[in-house]
Design a protein. Structure first.
Length: 345
């Protein structure tokens, strides 16, 4: 049996998640407050996921406990990190924000080592964490001194990666094993985030205003495509190519975020940004190598969306790695690959 090519979907997915940082930058530069950036992307993502569930004939459960877990996960993987990334991009370029999102797998590993008893630090993992930390310092150019605005934006983006790490660990323990489909669990998560942000945004940022057609179009694409359609594309890649191949989208997302920021927004590139990004990704590769790729029970420790999902018959991995972004914002965010209850780029 000849398999369908997974390459077009894989490249499209990396571009979708990589573009999210430029879309966020367009919105914040147009004056959209970070809480409203987060709310609009979740709202449009929620509507898209509801539509997907309706087409699939899937219904959202009524179990209060399931919705309680979804609310916690939404807070950790969507509401808080989406606001942090948007705030960060009021201080730094989308290029830098995309690089910081690549730190998500390292943050996830730190939480995994701290919270999952079966996880143990290995020399390879420690080397990967150390290399990633050096990469962060190189990107910042600490030998030149760090401006306060850049530091604020960087801390906000790194704070989002910490949220992703905690959210993935929580998802593994309380949510990913539920019987509902990935579309349903993702819809529950993003619906919870939309409700949360619907309460937060008006209080913290006032009433919304029309930011202009380009910014609102960017937010629509950010929500509907990066937080909705990307889920479907991600699952197609998983089913055709397997989870191991699908997880490597994490390595391409920063490349796209850098390209979009440079080509579309005219953001400057420096040698230390590129060199540091290589070191960060290298650290991620080391932590995801033999003996460092999965949590107990098949749980991956990689980026944006480390939870179990249905696997193709010939893929015995038992779980998939979800890139950061993240919905990224993955963004991760991530926006946020998405699999069962996953987070953004």
């Amino acid at each position: 049996m000849v398999r369908r090519s997974w390459v077009p979907g894989f490249v499209a997915l990396s571009a979708i998640w990589g573009s999210s940082f430029a879309l966020i930058k367009i919105a914040v530069d147009a004056g959209v407050a970070p809480p409203w950036v987060a709310l609009w992307r979740c709202l449009f993502g929620m509507l898209t996921l509801w539509l997907i569930c309706a087409v699939q004939g899937a219904r959202l459960p009524r179990d209060p406990r399931a919705w309680g877990h979804a609310a916690v996960i939404a807070l950790l993987l969507n509401s808080v990190p989406f606001m942090l990334v948007a705030y960060g991009e009021t201080r730094i370029s989308s290029v830098l924000a995309g690089v910081w999102n690549a730190v998500t797998p390292l943050a996830t590993l730190v939480f995994a080592l701290a919270l999952v008893r079966s996880e143990r630090p290995t020399p390879r993992r420690l080397l990967g964490l150390g290399l990633g930390f050096v990469g962060v310092l190189v990107v910042l150019g600490v030998w030149q001194g760090v401006e306060s605005g850049v530091l604020d934006g960087t801390l906000a983006c790194l704070g989002s990666t910490a949220c992703y790490g905690a959210g993935f660990a929580y998802t593994k323990r309380f949510f990913s094993g539920r019987p509902e489909s990935a579309s349903v669990l993702s819809a529950m998560q993003i619906t919870s985030a939309t409700v949360q942000l619907g309460l937060i945004a008006p209080v913290t940022a006032g009433a919304p205003s029309w930011p202009g057609l380009p910014a609102m179009t960017g937010l629509l694409v950010l929500g509907a495509v990066s937080t909705g359609v990307a889920y479907v594309v991600n699952f197609r890649v998983i089913r055709v190519a397997g989870s191991t191949v699908a997880s490597t989208v994490t390595y391409l997302t920063p490349v796209w975020s850098t390209a979009f920021g440079w080509l579309l927004l005219g953001e400057p590139l420096s040698w230390n940004t590129l060199a540091g990004a290589v070191l960060v990704v290298g650290g991620v590769v080391l932590t995801r190598g033999p003996g460092g790729q999965r949590l107990a029970g098949g749980q991956p420790v990689g980026g944006h969306r480390a939870v179990r999902a249905e696997q193709p018959a010939d893929d015995g991995a038992g779980g998939v790695d979800v890139p950061a972004n993240t919905y990224a914002g993955g963004d991760p965010g991530a926006e946020v690959g998405q699999v069962r209850g996953g987070g953004p780029q």
